[in-house]
Design a protein around this ligand. Structure first.
Ligand code: HEC
Ligand code: HEC
Length: 163
């Protein structure tokens, strides 16, 4: 097995130093994307994969995604109208381009205003940050999908994406 140990080791380091990193994140440092704190969003959008940080996509992307949940990457992720409204509102108010969002420019830099990408893993900023990851690492049985952030970023559920 080719589990990417170096990522796991970094994740453990992040756990030990999370207090420090938290301070750094609060001060506006890199690597931090606030995780979902709403329990309904966590439940509804975190059951098939990690609940992705809303600040990784612009509000228009979340709106487009919420409008097509019945055909969500080959799955039916539909919600009743009230739940969908709550989830959609949470995602939009915490989106990359939401007012007061301090980390907005990081991953969505380079996305044209007219585009509403549905995949974080296709954003130019995300692709650039993962250029050094080899095909062998992507194919690792412990990873399998680029969307499986926490396989490599063990701190991802807490918002940390240091390399
Ligand atoms: C029924 C299972 C299921 C549920 C529930 C679900 N998703 Fe997904 N989602 C998927 C699958 C499958 C993919 C594609 C994963 C892959 O390519 O490996 C995906 C992919 C994504 C991606 C793109 C990841 C990337 O590659 O950048 C985003 C963003 C996303 N989902 C957001 C959400 C949100 C927001 C919700 C809640 C409203 C949600 N998902 C609920 C199954 C689900
Ligand atoms: C196969 C392992 C792997 C997977 C899966 C993966 N990443 Fe990464 N990620 C990396 C590596 C390695 C780096 C550091 C690249 C470098 O420094 O050259 C990185 C860097 C990053 C960075 C930049 C951190 C910084 O230095 O500011 C972010 C943000 C990030 N990843 C988010 C994600 C998200 C979100 C997902 C899931 C949608 C994901 N990654 C999936 C391995 C992975």
């Amino acid at each position: 097995m080719n589990i990417p140990y170096r990522y796991i080791a970094t994740g453990l380091g992040a756990l030990v130093f999370s207090g420090l990193l938290y301070g750094y994140a609060q001060a506006g440092g890199g690597h931090y994307y606030a995780p979902v704190t709403d329990t309904v969003v966590q439940e509804e959008c975190g059951s098939c994969h990690m609940a992705f940080a809303p600040s990784m996509l612009p509000a228009r992307s979340w709106q487009r995604m919420m409008a097509g949940l019945d055909q969500h990457f080959g799955d039916n992720a539909s919600l009743d109208a009230a739940t969908a409204a709550r989830v959609g509102n949470y995602l939009a108010t915490h989106a990359a381009d939401a007012p007061g969002q301090p980390y907005r420019a990081k991953l969505v830099r380079g996305v044209p205003d007219a585009a509403a990408p549905l995949r974080i893993t296709e954003l130019p900023g995300w692709v650039a940050k993962h250029r050094k990851v080899s095909a062998r690492e992507w194919a690792d049985p412990a990873v399998r999908s680029k969307s499986n952030c926490s396989a490599c970023h063990t701190g991802a559920p807490r918002g940390y994406y240091e390399d």
